[in-house]
Design a binder for this molecule. Structure first.
Ligand SMILES: Nc1ncnc2c1ncn2[C@@H]1O[C@H](COP(=O)(O)OP(=O)(O)OP(=O)(O)O)[C@@H](O)[C@H]1O
Ligand SMILES: [Mg+2]
Length: 404
């Protein structure tokens, strides 16, 4: 997300990336941009080159970046703690890794989460912590107004985990933003622990009730605040609400970091001085500083590598159990959902196509779309064979892309 220029339209950015020596007219460049967007699976955007990055979903932004680089790795180099462990053709590395570390990387996505899921008890149904009735959301104004969420009805029982799955652009993040009060719905009503999230006077109270972990780790922290400042801001909101007396604030913040597996040494660092996985842990620590009852996670691991991804998922589930949180977990990987969700909602084109008990839904999906999603996630789980063979004996030969 941070790779796109927020002030330039999609079309202008793709055209800017075209080599100048390619002597193309303005119209030819535009046609090429349209073709590239279709190639990365965004044909609908090819008619909308004037859109800005914030008007795209997370997956659409990623595809737009791919349209700019259109690559696939031929050779792979594996790094660990600053050392180059091994390198070779992508096929050799994936099918016959020499290092143990590489083996954990190539198999990590097949590992199940530890601990399994804690089945939430349906008997004696707890009150819903989150409920939505007839919620619709529109983006844009006038002629450009477009409905992206249609008539959503949803209830999340307190203490349970709701998984929200669906293809890129189906409206998952929009739904999360509406629950967080960051977007006002055009119709319908939302309640989170009896609070209306869009009601400004209740904002601080809402922050203590419900926290959001974004898809974009870099964009969720203020780049001018160090980690101590980022945590302190949250701790102070917590203090004001609960009148908690915390005498030693820095050591309180160090404990928060400890809770998410980070060392207090990073308190003085700025977000850009952390890795993506460390940043996501800081964001989780900051959310926990407010002791919320509800946690909304929007693809919290999509930007992380497979090993760190599993660690962060384990961490979120561990915290959920320890604090008895109500969790809303958005993702496109149904295999992950199977591990952690009690109930599941499947979205397509801004509508809920199916919802119900996660286990029942996995064993007998009713809609054809859910079956498609399941098939796709099982395919990606088993897909480690790499068949593309570049010419051998070359080290980053011209025309090849080196993946690190
Ligand atoms: N600010 C905006 N203005 C106009 N359109 C928007 C805006 N934000 C999102 N959209 C559009 O709304 C639709 C839903 O976007 P949303 O971000 O909710 O999708 P998503 O399900 O989270 O997808 P992903 O898995 O790619 O993150 C997409 O078609 C997107 O292009
Ligand atoms: Mg999204």
């Amino acid at each position: 997300m941070t790779s796109l220029n927020p002030l330039m339209t999609l079309g202008a950015q793709i055209i800017e990336a075209m080599p100048v020596e390619q002597k193309l007219s303005r119209e030819e460049r535009k046609q090429l941009a349209i073709q590239l967007l279709s190639e990365v699976g965004l044909p609908e955007l090819s008619r909308q080159l004037t859109r800005f990055p914030f008007e795209l979903s997370g997956g659409q932004q990623q595809r737009a970046m791919i349209a700019m680089s259109l690559a696939m790795a031929d050779r792979v180099a594996v790094m660990c703690n600053g050392d180059l462990l091994e390198q070779g053709t992508a096929q050799a590395i994936l099918n016959d890794p020499q290092h143990d570390y590489t083996r954990t990387l190539t198999t990590a996505h097949r590992r199940r989460l530890s601990g399994g899921r804690q089945k939430y008890n349906v008997e004696g149904l707890p009150l819903p912590a989150v409920s939505l009735a007839g919620v619709s959301v529109d983006y844009g104004n006038g002629r450009h107004r477009k409905r992206v969420l249609h008539d959503i009805d949803l209830q999340v029982p307190a203490g349970s985990t709701l998984g929200i799955a669906g293809e890129s652009g189906s409206g998952k993040s929009t739904l999360a933003k509406a629950i967080m009060g960051l977007i006002t719905p055009s119709t319908g009503s939302i309640e989170v622990c009896r609070i209306d999230p869009a009601n400004p006077p209740a904002r601080e109270e809402f922050a203590r009730t419900c926290q959001y972990i974004f898809q974009d780790t870099a964009g969720s922290l203020n780049p001018r605040h160090n980690i101590l400042q980022a945590l302190l801001e949250a701790v102070q909101i917590h203090q004001r609400g609960t009148l908690a007396l915390i005498s030693d604030l820095p050591s309180y913040c160090a404990d928060l970091l400890n809770d998410v597996g980070l060392n207090k040494e990073i308190l003085q660092r700025y977000p850009h001085q952390l890795s993506g996985g460390q940043r996501q842990r800081v964001v989780i620590a900051r959310a926990l500083a407010l002791a919320p009852k509800v946690l909304v996670c929007d693809e919290p691991v999509s930007a992380l590598d497979a090993t760190v991804r599993n660690q962060i998922l384990d961490l979120i589930m561990d915290i959920k159990r320890r604090r008895n949180l109500t969790l809303i977990f958005i993702g496109h990987d149904l295999a992950v959902m199977e591990d952690l969700a009690d109930r599941l909602v499947v979205m397509q084109h801004g509508r809920i196509v199916e919802q119900g008990d996660a286990h029942a839904l996995f064993s007998a999906p009713r809609s054809a779309y859910t079956r498609e999603l399941l098939k796709a996630s099982h395919l990606s789980r088993n897909q480690t064979q790499f068949t593309h063979t570049p010419a051998s004996g070359m080290k980053t030969a011209p025309g090849y892309l080196m993946g690190v």
